[in-house]
Design a protein around this ligand. Structure first.
Ligand SMILES: *Cc1c(COP(=O)(O)O)cnc(C)c1O
Length: 411
């Protein structure tokens, strides 16, 4: 538990004047919105690999695949170079190609949509649920056409999507359901872990995510066939399995049967991720207690909305996303963002809607107003720092900083 801050808060932290107006900041050092926690034990695990025989494709890859799949309630894991590669591999394993359409959320990192483009498919966006920022199953249903091959649904901020409704849609329309679980490893939905809810789940081990590998990612699935396709795709489309090959001219023989990539994750990276995976409960608990402390400190402040919570899900709290009630403020989100940065609180914004990126606007004709709920979510959103290594004092600084800035700008 994190103790409540004494009041009035700025008696101890910064002064009453905002740092951006020349006052004393809430804290002297910059607090980022997310960062990795690497322990001595993690470092030892990596050093062990560096002293050994394999830098890539050694035993740590399979060990990590088994461990992550088990943690995610899936039968198979395919480790890849990063979360984007995991999305790409999943989309290709789903059989997506030229002429197909893939539906995803506009409120996400560009990778969720780009994966479909890499595969030669068209992206269709479906607008979000305004409470959660997750893709709205009704909007998905409206976006389905005879060309729809897959849905990539993103568990925004680590809050699972409405997977039961998405699964029913996927079944009815014979569509492959892919979870972008970059935020939600460790989350539960109606008693089931993220990783067991979609046909395939793409995970990221980027340093701001739940567990880190430097760069790394994984496709987890319960389908042996999908796992096999993703595994071939990660290494040039090459197989050495006797049962799969057309010929066999000797012990050197392998076959490239389709076009793939070098998307492998190294043993060095896998050793770090494996050691981190052992600490995931500690990471999750810390994220949950920070979220609870923010809820307590900020609930009832009419200048903002705290994150929505579904009753039957346990989020992984990758982000703590507040939304400003701009009608109650004398300034816009930009001024609040800059004022908090000046207080040394590393707020961020998630996400610039993908359809508004110049590449998407210019290549496909998307425009402002196309997905109004994602746009409104974005316009009001601020992500507060949340990561396991934050100390109780850091958490209080953030809450104090938000209250200080919003009090000053209250209308
Ligand atoms: C981080 C992230 C990715 C991409 O993961 P990388 O490992 O950085 O390639 C994809 N989707 C979402 C929602 C993410 O947050």
């Amino acid at each position: 538990m994190i103790a409540e801050a004494p009041s009035p808060i700025w008696a101890i932290g910064g002064g009453k004047d905002l740092a951006i107006e020349g006052g004393r900041p809430i804290r002297n050092t910059y607090l980022p919105y997310g960062r990795q926690s690497v322990s001595d034990q993690d470092i030892e695990a990596v050093a062990g690999v560096l002293r050994g025989d394999w830098l890539t494709q050694g035993p740590k890859v399979a060990e990590l695949e088994r461990a992550v799949a088990e943690a995610a309630g899936a039968g198979y894991g395919v480790a890849v170079a990063n979360g984007t590669a995991a999305l790409h591999a999943a989309v290709v394993a789903a059989g997506v190609g030229a002429g197909d359409e893939v539906i995803t959320s506009p409120l996400t990192f560009v990778a969720s949509a780009n994966a479909a483009l890499y595969a030669g498919a068209q992206v269709r966006f479906a607008d979000v649920d305004p409470r959660t920022g997750n893709i709205d199953p009704e909007a998905v249903e409206r976006a389905i056409t005879p060309k729809t091959r897959a849905v990539v649904a993103v568990d925004f901020a680590g809050h699972p999507c409405d997977w039961d409704r998405l699964s029913r849609l996927a079944l009815t329309h014979d569509i492959c359901l892919i979870a972008d679980g970059a935020h939600s490893l460790g989350a539960n939905y109606r008693g089931r872990p993220v990783g067991s809810l979609a046909d395939m789940t793409a995970l990221s081990f980027h340093p701001v995510k739940l567990i880190c590998a430097g760069e790394g990612g994984m496709v987890v699935t319960n389908s042996e066939e999908l796992a096999g396709r993703a595994a071939r795709f990660r290494t040039h489309g090459i197989t050495r399995n006797a049962g799969e090959m057309e010929d066999d001219e000797g012990g050197w023989w392998y076959e490239m049967q389709e076009l793939g990539f070098n998307y492998r994750m190294s043993d060095v990276q896998c050793a770090l991720a494996l050691s981190q995976l052992g600490r995931r409960q500690e990471f999750l608990e810390r994220r949950r207690s920070i979220a609870a402390a923010y809820d307590q400190a900020l609930r009832g402040w009419e200048m903002l909305e705290i994150p929505w919570r579904e009753t039957d899900t346990e989020p992984a709290w990758h982000l703590y996303a507040i939304r400003l009630n701009l009608g109650r403020l004398s300034v816009g989100r930009r001024e609040v963002f800059e004022a908090l940065r000046a207080e040394n609180i590393g707020v961020q914004v998630h996400y610039i809607p993908v359809h508004l990126q110049p590449y998407y606007r210019n290549s496909f004709g998307f425009k402002r107003g196309d997905f109004p709920r994602a746009e409104q979510f974005y316009e009001r959103e601020l992500s507060l720092p949340i990561f396991p290594a934050m100390r109780d004092g850091d958490v209080r600084d953030v809450a104090d900083g938000v209250r200080k800035v919003l009090t000053r700008y209250r209308r």
